[in-house]
Design a binder for this molecule. Structure first.
Ligand SMILES: Nc1nc2c(ncn2[C@@H]2O[C@H](COP(=O)(O)OP(=O)(O)OP(=O)(O)O)[C@@H](O)[C@H]2O)c(=O)[nH]1
Length: 666
């Protein structure tokens, strides 16, 4: 008995860092592990109850949604820690943010799920809480959408100091239209300047949430977490599942592991799935044999079966993550079920060419890109060749951050150094003429590389993607704000061809501005400029607003009359001249001088809209003449001019590789 008592004391001391109530819960859980469970134990990963024994009525599938940095990952870690799911190593922060870039940048790119067991303090029943950690950045809102489909409730997490931000807004409406139960929570209440009253008011004004329903927690210190768990258990609904019905499962995430292949994450709506089952994809019709099933906590834990209401992983003979379509419905072979509605395939929004810095690195870069695209199914890939940069690829991304993260992962995880061309978006081009429509097999082309734009003569009209941008800007001095700050934001949006939708006050220190903007105007530096204007305080979020007809033109860049394909762009006609001049000017600084004159021209079709010259080197051919006849002098100069003219005709201007890199970086 004494031995046991000592053991408990040690366990209890281990959780000393946690507040008393959570220490109690973790302690209680550990007691159950030791005396009730007949499950096998893993080294640092302990199971209390058999997952499949927990009834549907005691399952809660929920997600945490919030603006970037409001503390989702910290809260998720705390939930894991307090429920005793995973004993965190002291120096390992944020278990759920797995990628190195995520840890460095403090953002979540890939959502990770974890199943927790919690014994309610009120009714002493065991609950299975399936937590889906979601990313906060706009680029990854697809991950939010897909994870919400598997949930019945969400924790709307808001920083008690920063208050409601653009992403909070977007996320709230996502949860709202999906009919999910919303549990409002203010985080970071431990901060000195946390203003729980004001932020509480914001929530009630904006989302009609009653202030008394708002929980106040500190994810960092672990305070209020037990109350939050109790709230989830008491108000979040159990999944509407039928375990006796045929299998109906939703695929909402997938990843690739070197030795195990593709691992898919399923929400089992009805029925059950186990090793040896043959399952079929609704989307492709392909069938697969299940090798393993299990729970993610967040490390994988193999179980015998996944039952209705649960979320878990499945490995099968799937070859590539491209086969694992997010939103696909799976069923048992021969037992067809109606698929889950309303899922759209991921669509890349931003494209960029990627090339190796040295052409000798091509093979290594190809293998790195292949491996990375295996783990990131949202990236689209096509090969591309450029006369200046050699062989490379054109990649499609969900947004600019996605592009940056991909590039950073190439560098960090595979040591691959790359050149990236300026990002562009996908335009739609409507063409005329039956012959042309037959040739292209469609009357509406999708163009993501300006080089592929068809002849202007056959273009009926062009369309560009637009977004609805929401900016939330805080201010302390209303007079200064209205005079300077607001006008700067408005003129930034106007300069980017924005169309004002609304400007209104959220409260006495915050304004919400909504604009419809063309996507290509925000892909390059809109976010940075906005942060500059607002000293980093304004937040920005966007959602797609569809394609609109636009007066777009293709600008060709010519060097001594020859088009440089890498530098062609599609821009709005109103900006074409300025764009052309700036590009030509930039090139004069970058292209080295030659023996002959170099003409840099920007053109729309055959019309030149901007021109710069690079002067040639001058050699004094008359230096050896001492006086004498003037005609000799003229003859020499004439011969030199003739030689240069010929050189210009036959001499090709090449943009050196490093000059290209310089240009792309400016
Ligand atoms: N003081 C205090 N800081 C907190 C609290 N919760 C989180 N933080 C800090 O806030 C920062 C952001 O926390 P994260 O958990 O990474 O935020 P996130 O919402 O997951 O961010 P994304 O992954 O980018 O969406 C980190 O520096 C945390 O340490 C809290 O309760 N109190």
């Amino acid at each position: 008995m004494l031995k046991h008592a000592q053991k408990f004391q040690i366990i209890f001391l281990k959780y000393k860092r946690l507040p008393l109530d959570s220490r109690y819960n973790t302690f209680l859980n550990n007691l159950i592990i030791r005396f009730k469970s007949d499950e096998k134990k893993k080294k640092d990963d302990i199971v209390f109850y058999k997952y499949e024994d927990i009834p549907i009525s005691n399952i809660r599938n929920f997600s945490i949604i919030a603006h970037v940095d409001h503390g989702k990952s910290t809260l998720a870690d705390r939930l894991l820690e307090i429920t005793g799911t995973l004993n965190l190593e002291p120096d390992r922060k944020q278990v759920l943010d797995r990628l190195q870039v995520e840890r460095e940048r403090g953002i979540t790119v890939k959502a990770v799920t974890a199943s927790l067991q919690y014994i309610s303090k009120k009714n002493k029943q065991i609950y299975l809480l399936n937590l889906v950690d979601t990313p906060g950045h706009v680029d990854f809102s697809n991950e939010v959408i897909r994870s919400l489909t598997a949930c019945q409730s969400v924790i709307l997490l808001v920083d008690a100091k920063e208050g409601v931000q653009a992403q909070t807004f977007a996320n709230f409406y996502l949860a709202f239209v999906n009919n999910l139960i919303i549990i409002p929570v203010l985080n970071k209440v431990d901060l000195k300047n946390a203003n729980t009253q004001m932020v509480g008011k914001q929530l009630s004004n904006l989302f009609e949430i009653e202030e008394k329903d708002i929980l106040k927690i500190s994810a960092k210190l672990g305070t209020g977490i037990i109350e939050l768990l109790e709230r989830i258990v008491s108000i979040a609904p159990a999944p509407p599942s039928e375990r006796n019905a045929p299998l109906k499962a939703l695929l909402f995430d997938s990843w690739f592991e070197k030795y195990r292949g593709v691992i898919i994450l399923l929400y089992i709506q009805d029925g059950e799935i186990k090793k040896g089952d043959i399952i079929c994809s609704h989307h492709t019709g392909a069938s697969y044999t299940v090798n393993n099933v299990g729970i993610v906590r967040p490390n994988e834990y193999e179980t015998d079966v996944l039952k209705g209401g649960q979320i878990g992983y499945v490995t099968c003979n799937m070859q590539s993550v491209k086969e694992a379509r997010i939103g696909d419905t799976f069923y048992h072979k021969g037992h067809f079920v109606e698929p889950f509605p309303g899922f759209k395939p991921l669509r890349p929004m931003v494209f960029s060419g990627i090339y190796p810095i040295e052409s000798s690195q091509y093979v290594a870069l190809r293998s790195a890109i292949d491996k990375l695209t295996l783990t990131d199914s949202a990236v689209t890939l096509a090969t591309e060749t450029s006369p200046a940069l050699g062989h490379g690829w054109r990649l499609g991304f969900l947004g600019l951050l996605h592009l940056e993260v991909f590039n950073q992962r190439l560098d960090q995880e595979y040591g691959a150094q790359t050149i990236m061309t300026a990002p562009s978006v996908t335009y739609k081009v409507r063409i005329i003429g039956e012959k042309n429509i037959k040739k292209y097999r469609t009357d509406e082309l999708e163009i993501s590389n300006p080089v592929h734009l068809p002849d202007v003569k056959i273009i009926k009209e062009m369309l560009e993607p637009t977004i609805t941008g929401t900016i939330i800007a805080p201010f302390s001095d209303p007079v200064c704000f209205l005079a300077e700050y607001l006008s700067k934001i408005v003129s930034l949006c106007a300069e980017r061809r924005g169309e004002e939708k609304s400007v209104s006050f959220l409260d006495e220190s915050r304004v919400i501005i909504q604009y419809i903007l063309p996507l290509n105007e925000i892909v390059i530096d809109f976010h940075d400029k906005l942060k500059n204007i607002s000293s980093g305080f304004a937040s920005f979020d966007y959602e797609n607003n569809g394609y609109v007809i636009s007066d777009l033109v293709k600008i060709d860049l010519l060097l001594n009359g020859e088009v440089v394909e890498e530098l062609c762009s599609i821009v709005h006609r109103s900006k074409a001249r300025k764009f052309g001049h700036e590009l030509c000017e930039k090139l004069t600084e970058i292209i080295p001088r030659k023996q002959f004159k170099i003409a840099i021209q920007a053109a729309i079709g055959t019309k030149i809209i901007a021109r710069e010259n690079i002067k040639p080197y001058r050699k004094d051919v008359t230096q050896n003449l001492y006086g004498g006849d003037a005609t000799r002098r003229y003859k020499l100069l004439h011969r030199q001019a003739e030689g240069k003219r010929k050189m210009r005709m036959i001499g090709k201007v090449e943009i050196p590789r490093d000059a290209f890199i310089k240009l792309l970086k400016t």
